[in-house]
Design a protein. Structure first.
Lengths: 383, 220
């Protein structure tokens, strides 16, 4: 009789044992698949949420008086925009900052209203990470205005406004934010440089710190050293509350994943192993007679490991399907901001198909060895 | 000589104390003999049978099978010898519950059974009155049918020796007689039978009786 005939026959005969093993393994695969897909969704959501929190690093001229900086909300000391390019060339996976945006900020008066005028460069991101630039992309000839600017200037989307001698179109629907953004006009860096006649100048570089360390882990010292090595002429200001919130959110997510997954896998492995032990006990007479008939230890082990691998294979299919379905069904309510990005992961499913039989066989290894080392004479004399 | 036992002793250690199950057992069993082994419970009959079948290494002494030191063989060689030359029949049948009758008989086949082996299995089931139940499972058979199935399995490889451990112990007299009759038929074709028994069903077929008491051979 072939090994697989035996295995299929035994599974059919001891359905309950096979069913419980299958359930345990399916649960393990479901949890792995679901947690992996949820982790990906969670990371996207976290990234998006923290991105929306804004930049948490501000690089300003080393000559800037911080009293003036905090009082006015920007530095009055300009820097060459070439410094932004210099910093951008160092953006790799090995540095602890990303998403660089150069800006030029000044107070400005328009039709008697004092506003803040901010010109933003394009965003520089480290290559090869697949990261999309943060913030809003401002198209040429357009501006984004704050709610208070819109109210006082009586302007809205698609209206035109003049900055100096140049005409711009409002490209946003102004919304009250309760921040200085309400009295700000954003446009492209070169436009503000032109309006202010400060060509080639910026007064700030914004960035995001990627260390995701909380304040007690002192990320600022690391960032200052890294950035200082590239741009010694700047000082680094970290918006610590924002950085901390971002770091804590990411750390919490990672801790949850690191804690839950191993314990689920261990619990499922123990469950499968216990069922395999029960199976070995139930089959002592069978093992005894097979040994009496001249079957070797390899075939006896094969009966148990083969069964485990077969159940693992079935569980990988059920678990991958169920885990994916669960995430697609319930994920969007958990991660509403990035719900469109939640999708099945075929690579992960294939990994499960390969890994689960191995995992199941590994969990059944000790019981299989118990079966192999079982003294058949002991069983056969139990008449 | 098919089997030669020389001073075969088996000692079990249980809870720190030693129990001598076989005590310097010495006997020869020739090819074609039908030997009935008798003795009270705990006299070492089953131990003797398992030792002769290469299933239980003795604590001391020598067991030879067809001139080979049975326990001097490697486990694989001993398993091969068991598979090819020895058939087992047990009181509790020891059938595989999830295989049908054909599957249980074919279990004895070393490797994948070919058409000739399947044909022989079918013939044996027919001969033992089980042909119509080939696709049934052991759980659907009576005790007598189960034991006949076990006999069919033991006969599949045309063994030289059948070791039967109280094969009639769970059977009514009619079924017991039938099982012994099949063993006797095997004996008539030149096979060797060693039958452990409490009853007298085999008395008319056995040509030799060994009596064990407390592990010792007290009468031959």
């Amino acid at each position: 009789m072939s090994l697989w005939s035996h295995i299929f026959g035994e599974i059919g005969f001891r359905k309950l044992n096979a069913l419980f093993s299958l359930l345990g393994l399916t649960l393990a695969v479901t949890v792995v698949v679901a947690s992996q897909l949820l982790a990906e969704a969670d990371e996207r959501e976290t990234r998006r949420v923290t991105r929306d929190m804004g930049f948490n690093l501000r690089l300003i001229s080393a000559e800037t008086d911080l009293g003036q900086f905090y009082r006015d909300g920007f530095s009055r000391n300009e820097m060459d925009s070439a410094m932004l390019d210099r910093l951008a060339t160092h953006l790799t996976n090995n540095v602890s900052f990303n998403h660089l945006v150069g800006s030029l900020r000044r107070e400005y008066t328009i039709n008697g209203q004092d506003i803040l005028l901010i010109g933003l460069s394009e965003t520089y991101v480290a290559p090869g990470q697949g990261k999309k630039p943060m913030g809003v992309v401002i198209k040429k000839g357009t501006i984004h205005i704050g709610s208070e600017v819109a109210r006082k200037q009586k302007k809205g989307r698609n209206d035109t406004m003049h900055l100096g001698e140049r005409q711009f179109t409002v490209a946003n629907d102004p919304i009250e934010t309760g921040t200085p953004d309400d009295i700000t006009i954003f446009t492209r860096l070169e436009d503000v440089q032109s309006v202010l006649r400060l060509e080639g100048k910026i007064n700030e570089i914004e960035a995001i710190d990627c260390l995701c360390l909380t304040a007690d882990q002192d990320p600022l010292a690391i960032l200052r050293q890294e950035i200082g090595n590239i741009l010694p002429e700047v000082q680094v200001v970290q918006m610590r509350t924002l950085a901390d919130a971002r770091a804590k959110q990411r750390q919490t997510r990672e801790k949850v994943n690191q804690f839950v997954l191993p314990w689920v896998l261990v619990a499922c492995a123990v469950w499968v192993a216990l069922l395999a032990v029960i199976n070995v006990r139930d089959r002592r007479q069978e093992i005894g007679i097979l040994r009496a008939l001249g079957e070797g230890g390899g075939r006896i082990a094969g009966l148990f490991l083969g069964k485990a691998a077969l159940l693992g294979l079935m569980a990988s299919v059920f678990g991958a399907a169920f885990g994916t379905w669960a995430v697609l069904e319930f994920g969007p309510s958990l991660f509403p901001v990035t719900k469109k990005a939640i999708q099945a992961n075929p690579t992960l499913a294939w990994q499960m198909v390969v890994a689960t039989p191995v995992f199941a066989a590994f969990a059944s290894f000790i019981p299989a060895m118990l079966a192999v080392s079982h003294d058949p004479a002991e069983t056969l004399r139990e008449d | 000589m098919m089997i030669r036992c020389d001073e075969v002793t088996k000692i079990f250690r249980k809870n720190g104390s030693e129990v001598t199950s076989l005590d310097r057992f010495t006997a020869d069993i020739g090819a074609g003999e039908f030997v009935a082994v008798r003795g009270p419970s705990g006299s070492g009959k089953t131990t003797l049978l398992l030792t002769l079948g290469g299933m239980q290494r003795p604590s001391a002494g020598l067991v030879q099978f067809s001139g080979h030191d049975l326990y001097g063989l490697s486990p694989a060689d001993r398993a091969g010898l068991r598979s090819g030359e020895i058939g087992f029949v047990f009181q509790m049948f020891h059938l595989v519950p999830y295989l049908d009758l054909m599957g249980n008989v074919l279990l004895a086949s070393p490797g994948k059974p070919g058409p000739a082996v399947r044909k022989r299995a079918g013939e044996l089931l027919d001969k033992l009155g089980l042909a119509e139940r080939v696709s049934h499972r052991p759980g659907e058979l009576s005790a007598g049918e189960r034991q006949r199935l076990a006999v069919a399995r033991a006969l599949l490889n045309r063994p030289k020796l059948i070791l039967a451990d109280e094969p009639t112990g769970n059977l009514d007299p009619e079924n017991a007689a039938e099982v012994v009759r099949h063993l006797a038929e095997f004996h008539k074709t030149g096979g060797t039978v060693v039958l452990v028994t409490h009853g007298t069903t085999a008395d008319t077929h056995a040509d030799r009786f060994l009596h064990l008491k407390q592990g010792r051979l007290v009468a031959d």
